[in-house]
Write a protein that binds this ligand. Structure first.
Ligand SMILES: Cc1cc2nc3c(=O)[nH]c(=O)nc-3n(C[C@H](O)[C@H](O)[C@H](O)COP(=O)(O)OP(=O)(O)OC[C@H]3O[C@@H](n4cnc5c(N)ncnc54)[C@H](O)[C@@H]3O)c2cc1C
Length: 489
């Protein structure tokens, strides 16, 4: 039994059916509170920006659940868990027995304690309904305030500005995305958004939404707006677990087997809290879904989830921003190089470029890059592979190819272990293996490995690898000619 049919609950069902296609080992019931089958929530920013339709975000084709022996009930929430009887109660009045219960209830948008938020022109940014409401209000020339200058607030602001909406981002902290960026990077991001026509007000402590006027600050200042998008953070949906006495902190506490304090109840995705795992990203949830499917189908009883390395990317047209690692190591709280890290920094506010990298010895342990896509790709490779960074720090900071360094622009020289699709943890080596198995174009590689099916930002990289393979290992010769490239094995 799975509670939650979002990105991770849906992936869990898929992973179970990959291992148990006929449903002989595991009977699957999935209850989802939303009125529709699961969709790719990560792509909502792209929908808001006009790059995709809502329909294109569906994770499974129509009828997938029935064809795969999944008893999917949409529009039905689990309302309570009776652990002694191993029964869940549902919002439609029914009860369901379970042998194993998987909580994949995600997280919800947090509403700060402001006056006036119960207004139809105030919308959070979490699901497709929110997205549709925002779009209905987003006429060209309309004035929007976005409350919260974190990752999602910036993405929402960029999407709206691209539709001709006049946007002001208000943020209580002294720089944008302070949970991921140091002050210098935050300033460059604010300047980049300003160039795209977005007004950014920092240190703005909002106290009330005044429907016919806008957003009022603590010092009386008014940000004139017709509508408000609240993007002030999320909270794990852990209430069901807490109510039944399962251990909960910020999320439902789980171990490396994704078990909660009750061995029969598991938690994966945004609602789960695993030590050392970043919150609010899809990659950890999808990795957890695969591990739990291994365990619950009996495919691999030794499977364990060991945590995920955090990489964050802003998905906003004309803004290239990526961060890795724990921001504390490069001085996000104003203290340079916490834990004795060596911190490298480059700032070009005028050109919209910024780089900061933190190293422990010769390992990249954190960093943030704006407007430097090559350097960002190189930073991510060093961070992922743990490969020693070159002593030429200037070359490292700017992602220049050096002997022995990961080469990111040339797919042929990319190491096989390099992660190409972050959301689905697909390496270059896995793409090469799929190619050799006969998946010789981008859609086929996507079907075989799932690369490009998360946030989609690896699309160019996968196309590049495909072009390189078509030249170095053309499909007609695969049986005869081994790939001559050593990094690809
Ligand atoms: C606009 C936006 C952009 C994002 N961009 C990125 C990105 O670029 N990269 C990234 O890694 N992550 C991104 N995220 C975060 C990512 O979407 C989440 O990490 C991911 O959706 C988590 O999946 P989940 O299944 O745990 O939760 P969800 O996808 O939230 O799904 C949980 C589901 O459970 C349902 N549910 C809740 N309670 C119950 C109940 N009691 N009974 C039944 N069902 C219930 C909910 O209605 C929901 O449908 C973004 C999120 C948003 C909103």
């Amino acid at each position: 039994m799975v509670a939650g049919h979002g990105m991770v609950g849906a992936r869990f069902a898929e992973e179970v059916r990959r291992r148990d296609p006929d449903g002989r080992r595991v009977r699957l019931t999935v209850l989802g509170a939303e009125p529709r089958p699961a969709y790719n929530r990560v792509l909502l920013s792209t929908v808001l920006g006009g790059g995709l339709t809502a329909q294109a975000t569906a994770l499974h084709p129509p009828g997938w659940a029935a064809r795969h022996r999944v008893d999917l009930r949409t529009g039905v929430a689990v309302t309570a868990i009776d652990r002694a009887a191993r029964v869940v109660r549902c919002s439609d009045g029914t009860t369901e027995r379970y042998d194993e219960l998987v909580l994949a209830t995600g997280s919800r948008a947090w509403l700060p304690p402001l006056e006036g938020l119960a207004d139809e022109r105030v919308v959070t940014f979490r699901d497709l309904d929110d997205c549709e409401r925002i779009l209905a209000l987003a006429r060209p020339g309309a004035r929007f305030a976005v409350l919260g200058g974190g990752l999602l607030g910036c993405e929402a602001a960029r999407g709206l500005a691209g539709r001709g909406v006049r946007v002001t981002v208000v943020h209580p902290a002294s720089h944008l995305m302070e949970r991921q960026l140091d002050a210098g990077a935050g300033e460059v991001l604010a300047a980049t958004l300003a160039r795209l026509g977005i007004d950014v007000r920092l240190g703005f402590s909002a106290v009330a939404w005044e429907p016919d006027f806008g957003l009022r600050g603590a010092d009386g200042e008014l940000v004139a707006a017709d509508a408000l998008v609240v993007s002030a953070g999320v909270r794990a949906e852990a209430g069901l677990a807490a109510d039944t006495g399962i251990a909960v902190d910020r999320g439902v506490l789980v171990d490396d087997r994704l078990a909660t304090s009750d061995d029969r109840v598991h938690a994966i995705g945004d609602c789960a809290q695993h030590p050392g795992t970043p919150a609010g990203l899809v990659q950890p949830g999808w990795e957890q879904a695969a591990v739990l499917a291994d365990l619950l189908t009996g495919t691999d009883p030794a499977a364990r989830y060991g945590g995920t390395r955090a990489v964050t990317r802003l998905k906003a047209r004309d803004v290239d921003l990526a961060t890795v690692g724990d921001p504390a190591v490069f001085g996000v709280d104003g203290v340079d190089g916490a834990d004795g890290a060596e911190v490298l920094r480059f700032a070009d506010p005028h050109g919209g470029r910024y780089a900061t990298l933190a190293l422990h010895g010769d390992r990249v342990v954190g960093g943030a890059m704006i407007g430097l896509p090559e350097a960002a790709a190189s930073m991510i490779q060093y961070y992922d592979t743990g490969q020693p960074a070159p002593s030429d720090r200037l070359g490292l900071l700017f992602g220049r190819a050096l002997p022995g360094a990961p080469e990111t622009a040339d797919p042929g020289r990319l190491p096989a272990a390099a992660v190409v699709c972050r959301c689905n943890s697909v390496t270059k080596g896995a793409l090469v293996a799929a190619w050799r198995d006969g998946h010789t174009d981008v859609p086929a590689l996507a079907r075989a490995t799932r690369a490009t099916t998360g946030c989609g930002s690896c699309g160019d990289a996968v196309r590049g690898i495909c072009t390189w393979l078509a030249e170095s290992d053309p499909p007609t010769q695969t049986a005869l000619t081994p790939v001559p490239e050593e990094g690809a094995a």
